[in-house]
Write a new protein. Structure first.
Length: 116
């Protein structure tokens, strides 16, 4: 699952919250991703998110100001400081995510045409 997809999916579960991952009634952008990935508060959040979404460790600049930090911090900054919606945050994340190849569905791909 891509980080942008997880944020979008998680944003459907509860309203947006600020200054914490979730409180049982709301969630921030990171909390939405964590919850959508099927994890719960008793698991080590940082380790799970870093393992699932390596992009969180890459540094990027906030699209609204000069704040430059790891993506994890930029997401929190966008959510809490700029009050950007989780859907808008997911759109921004999609612009910085690596492109994933489409699934092959178990069908082998031919790499060369047969010689006749």
């Amino acid at each position: 699952m891509k980080l942008s997809d997880a944020i979008l999916l998680g944003s459907l579960l509860r309203p947006q919250g600020f200054w914490r991952l979730w409180d049982g009634k709301t969630s921030c952008a990171l909390g939405a991703a964590y919850e959508a990935a099927g994890f719960f508060p008793e698991l080590p959040v940082k380790e799970v998110l870093d393992a699932m979404f390596p992009l969180l460790r890459a540094s990027r600049r906030c699209p609204y100001c000069s704040y430059f930090e790891p993506v994890e911090s930029v997401l929190t900054h966008l959510n809490d400081m700029h009050k950007v919606t989780r859907e808008q945050i997911a759109e921004w994340v999609a612009t910085i995510e690596p492109v994933e190849p489409p699934p092959t569905l178990g069908v082998p791909r031919k790499t060369a045409l047969p010689v006749s």
